[in-house]
Design a protein around this ligand. Structure first.
Ligand SMILES: [Zn+2]
Length: 220
């Protein structure tokens, strides 16, 4: 049983951005300013000539982790810390996000990020978030409740009850942990299945890099 994780429309870009780090595998895709620039270009968020500096990378990662905090809050984690929303607000300011009406197009107005470079690209991510809030899809984007995972996934369940990126792995792991706590039996946590499960769930995703990254050897 593999769970569909992909978010609808442009919201998938936000999910992919949050998942540029894989805590389970300890893999960081935004490992340098150049890697950040390449990721933004590859995902159509910045023009090919974009240049990223070390400070851009720091802000991008701060924004990503602020988003993850909000996605954890969507997953029954209570309120995200105020600092997370401050980071989002700061990114919107730096991106100079403005409401723009488009001449000659009835009822056409939208938020646009006016800043150039990485700031503008990060602003585009937040414009997508705003659109998802307006469409009622934002709170379905969640971070896995397993804190060794925290993978971003879209909750497609009817009653918005999805808690784990993969029921078969992270969900069962939580159940096993709860069982152990009840029975006080010391056992070794099984972390091995999550990688294969995630790969299967993302196989239908548009992102080639995860699909082609293969399955690493089990951690334990
Ligand atoms: Zn998970």
């Amino acid at each position: 049983m593999s769970k569909q994780q992909q978010a609808p429309g442009e919201l998938e870009l936000v999910r992919e951005f949050v998942n540029t780090v894989d805590l389970e595998r300890d893999e960081e895709r935004l490992s340098s300013a150049d890697a950040l620039a390449a990721w933004l270009v590859d995902h159509g968020l910045a023009p090919p000539a974009v240049h990223a500096r070390a400070a851009d990378l720091r802000r991008a990662i701060e924004l990503r982790e602020a988003l993850r905090n909000v996605l954890l809050a969507h997953n029954g984690g209570g309120q995200a810390p105020a600092a997370a929303y401050e980071t989002l607000d700061d990114a919107v300011c730096r991106a100079r996000v403005r409401l723009r009406f488009r001449e000659g197009q009835d009822a056409a107005a939208g938020l646009e990020s006016e800043a150039a470079g990485v700031d503008g690209a990060l602003g585009r991510i937040l414009v997508i978030v705003h659109g998802a809030i307006a469409q009622g899809t934002w709170t379905r984007l969640k971070a896995c409740r397993d804190h060794s995972c925290e993978w971003a996934f879209y909750d497609h369940t009817k009653n918005r009850s999805g808690a784990w990126c993969s029921m078969r792995v992270c969900g069962n792991r939580a159940k096993a942990r709860a069982y152990r706590e009840r029975t006080h039996k010391p056992t070794v946590a099984d972390r091995s299945g999550v990688l294969a499960e995630r790969s299967a769930a993302d196989a239908s995703s548009a992102e080639p890099s995860r699909a082609s990254s293969g399955v690493r050897a089990p951690l334990i």
